[in-house]
Design a binder for this molecule. Structure first.
Ligand code: FNR
Length: 185
C-alpha cells in the first residue's frame, strides 16, 4: 500500500529552510509513502462566520486533508511557539464543529529554526493541538533542527549529516505510519 501524506509547511517565505526540508522529504520518502505539500498561505484567518458559506480555499483544503492518510508538519518556531499560518490551518481543518478532517491521522512534527533549540517550543505547542485533535504523533525519533541556516550551503545543498538525519526521520515515519495503518480495523 502507498499511503497519501499531506505535508504542511509552517513558513510562507520563498527561501524557507523548512520548505526546502519538506521538498527534500517529498523526494527521498520511501515508495510506500506519497508526499504532497498542501499550501496553507491562502486560507483566510479562521472566522466561524465564513463557514455559513465557506470560501473555496477552506473547502478544497479540507477535502485534501480528508483524502490523505497521514500528515507531516515541517515548521519553524516563531517567538517560541507555532507560526500563526500553521495554527490557522489546523483551526480551519478542525471546523465546522464535529466535522474535523484531522481525526486519527498519524502525524509527525519536524521543526527547524535558526536558533539553537531547533524549534522545540513550537514543536510541543503544535503537539498540544494535535493531542486535542486526536492525531496520533510519532514520539521518536524527535526532530528539532537548530542552526538550520548553517546546514545549507550557498547553492541550497544540505550538508550530509543533516541529510542523513532527515532521511532517518522519514524512514522511521514510514514504518510508524504503516504499523498504525496496515492493521485493518
Ligand atoms: C523567528 N525565528 C525564531 N527562531 C527560533 O529558533 N525561535 C524563535 O522563537 C524564533 N522566533 C521568530 C519569530 C519570527 C516572527 C520570525 C520571522 C522568526 C527565526 C526563524 O527560526 C528563522 O527566521 C527561520 O529561517 C524561519 O524558518 P524558514 O522561514 O526558513 O522556514
Amino acid at each position: 500500500t502507498t499511503y497519501k501524506v499531506s505535508v504542511l509547511v509552517g513558513s510562507l517565505r520563498k527561501a524557507s529552510y523548512n520548505r526546502k526540508l519538506a521538498e527534500l522529504m517529498v523526494k527521498i520518502a520511501p515508495i510506500t509513502l506519497s508526499l504532497e505539500i498542501i499550501e496553507i498561505g491562502d486560507l483566510p484567518l479562521y472566522n466561524e462566520d465564513l463557514d455559513e458559506n465557506p470560501p473555496t480555499s477552506y473547502t478544497s483544503f479540507r477535502e485534501k486533508i480528508r483524502a490523505s492518510d497521514a500528515i507531516l508538519i515541517v515548521s519553524p518556531e516563531y517567538n517560541r511557539s507555532v507560526p500563526a499560518v500553521l495554527k490557522n490551518a489546523l483551526d480551519v481543518g478542525s471546523r465546522p464543529y464535529g466535522k474535523s478532517v484531522w481525526n486519527e491521522k498519524p502525524t509527525a512534527v519536524i521543526t527547524a529554526s535558526t536558533g539553537s533549540i531547533g524549534g522545540f517550543g513550537a514543536n510541543h505547542h503544535i503537539r498540544q493541538s494535535l493531542s486535542f485533535l486526536n492525531m496520533p504523533c510519532m514520539q521518536q525519533p524527535e526532530a528539532y533542527l537548530g542552526h538550520i541556516d548553517d546546514a545549507f550551503d550557498n547553492l541550497g545543498n544540505l550538508n550530509e549529516r543533516t541529510h542523513t538525519f532527515v532521511k532517518n526521520i522519514i524512514e522511521a515515519y514510514d514504518k510508524w505510519v504503516r504499523r498504525l495503518l496496515d492493521i485493518p480495523v
